[in-house]
Design a protein around this ligand. Sequence first.
Ligand SMILES: [Zn+2]
Length: 281
Amino acid sequence: MFKTELRFGPAGMPIGCKGRTLVDGIEYAAKEGLNAFEVEFVRGVRLNKEIGIKANEIARQKNVLLSCHAPYWINCCSPLKEKQNITMRNLIQAAEAAQTLGAYIIVFHPGYYQNQTPEKAFDNALILLKEVLRKMKEKKINNVLLGLETVGKKSQFGSLDENIELCRKLGIENARPVIDFAHVHARADGCLKTKEDYEEIFSKLKKGLGAEALTRLHCHFTEVVFSDKGERYHLPVGAKQSPDFRLLAKIISEKNYKFTIISESPLLDKDALKMKKMVEF
Ligand SMILES: [Zn+2]
């Protein structure tokens, strides 16, 4: 069992890593001083079983907490049977891969409103995710959480409030909100400006789901460029201070939060280390 501690890691292979396999990536991150790693299945779930088992072993040995990011095309809100089946299949595949890896959570962007009301999109997502949980239980996948990530575009379903409510209905033992700060920031026209803006996220989580939602809260961080539609592209930490990691670092050290922070900046592991140092300072 992994200790609940403040963790930092890259979203995918560290940039300086010469090795090609996941095992190489995890070892490299651990050597750099990182203790988390998000395995990217954003363009499809493909995992060589042997490498998966080896990665699980190495991650445990080196105290690197693993998580998985499920494919981008997942859409839990679609009213179309065919799309629902693709989403279900991908989520189950991601959960199976997570089980092999010993990863504790599968992160995904919940979906799109398309032409539906937010209420209808919510109801569709709830029905689909309940079915995914049922299938996971049937397959005896018991230690993998569904991670509902806050999304970055206004056309996407998955605001903080929507994700909290979905997790409340699915049960916090099954599903957790994942906070992508750049997405929260970009989707609401650059809303994270002060320490209080960050603190509002944490108080919403606590109010909606209890203090447990803040234990080992899974987060993504990068700076971001956005338009009136939301997220456009990522920037390194410290490029424009938008959103500003210094504010979050202050809260984490003041409150002694044990979050897992995955760097999605173009500098991946380098910025994970930079953020780690900013909290420790
Ligand atoms: Zn994501």
